[in-house]
Design a protein around this ligand. Structure first.
Ligand code: F6P
Length: 307
């Protein structure tokens, strides 16, 4: 996100526009927590994870009153246009403000990759690489001790991160909300891995799956005599959201941030800036918010073949 903040700031300054940064997302906007951003304040931030402006969940923003307060704050600060960097919740807020007459441009950013309008979103690549590193490390113990391991990755209701981590990490099985798998089948697949002579058996599960790490832990404990083996679970959690952003993410965020300013400069707003077929594109927010992004079934088929 910092690379996106930097690109928006510098590209807007290059247009001779003034730039204000909003602290802590919509929560900060409502409180009037805004401050000028300069070329210098955007310097040396690109290699840092997260956002220097801060972020916050703001459920109150779903109410009309709170949105009106935000609108007042924007008017008080004589803001002509707003760039919203974030995922589904942020873009729902962006659409609401657009419908109140604010020129808004969204920038697709979430590790979940569950936002329609962009094939890939800012943060996904970094989170995926962190998950992969964890999988590679777990394989060491899994092989040495001949144990079955299960690793849970984030992603809300979307299985993208788990599926990609499973494919790239060589998992025996991937469990995602879009394709539920019974614990019996998971146990069967892990057992088959040993029977085929593998030294380790590793499953990747998405947090949003019906049987996630917690559910599977309980199930394997209850049925350990029948399955004949223990399952060690690791929940990656917020570890995936930290660390140094990858080159891919820095470049993506830079291109999308610049794309947001370019859209505003040509008078285009009420859109999400995303990456599609390698190009920076804009999609009307109305076609993004509330739209479920589907996982390519071919990827799931590929994962099954490779398992
Ligand atoms: O949307 C990003 C995400 O990291 C999800 O993958 C996860 O479910 C959620 O946010 C966690 O939210 P919080 O940090 O508010 O607990």
């Amino acid at each position: 996100m910092n690379a996106a903040i930097r690109a928006v700031t510098r590209c807007a300054l290059a247009q001779d526009w003034d730039v204000l940064g909003v602290r802590r997302g919509y929560a900060g906007l409502v409180e009037g927590a805004v401050e000028p951003l300069t070329g210098r304040s955007a310097s040396n931030i690109m290699q840092r994870g997260g956002t220097v402006l801060g972020s916050a969940r703001c459920p109150e923003f779903e109410t009309e009153d709170t949105r009106r307060e935000a609108l007042n704050r924007l008017q008080q600060n004589r803001v002509d246009a707003l760039v919203v960097i974030g995922g589904n919740g942020s873009q729902a807020g962006a659409l609401a403000l657009a419908q109140m007459g604010v020129p808004v441009v969204g920038v697709a950013s979430t590790i979940d990759n569950d936002l329609a309008g962009s094939e890939v979103t800012i943060g996904v690549d970094t989170a995926l690489n962190i998950a992969l590193e964890a999988i590679d490390r777990l394989k060491t113990t899994a092989s040495s001790h001949q144990r079955a391991f299960l690793i849970e990755v984030m992603g809300r209701k979307c299985g993208y991160l788990a599926l990609m981590a499973g494919i790239a990490g060589g998992a025996e099985i991937v469990i995602i909300p879009e394709r539920e798998t019974s614990p019996e089948e998971i146990a069967g697949r892990l057992r088959t891995a040993y029977e085929r002579g593998k030294k380790h058996a590793l499953a990747v599960v998405a947090e949003g799956a019906h049987y996630n790490a917690e559910g599977l832990n309980a199930w394997f404990r209850e049925h350990s005599e029948r399955t004949g083996f223990d399952l060690r679970t690791t929940t990656l959690g917020h570890v995936q959201r930290g660390g140094t952003p990858t080159a891919f993410d820095r470049l993506l965020a830079t291109r999308l941030g610049a794309g947001a300013v370019a859209a505003l400069a040509r008078g285009e707003h009420g859109v999400l800036v995303g990456l599609n077929q390698g190009q920076v594109t804009t999609t009307p927010l109305i076609q993004v918010v509330g739209v479920q992004k589907m996982i390519d079934p071919e990827l799931f088929r590929l994962a099954s073949v490779l398992e």
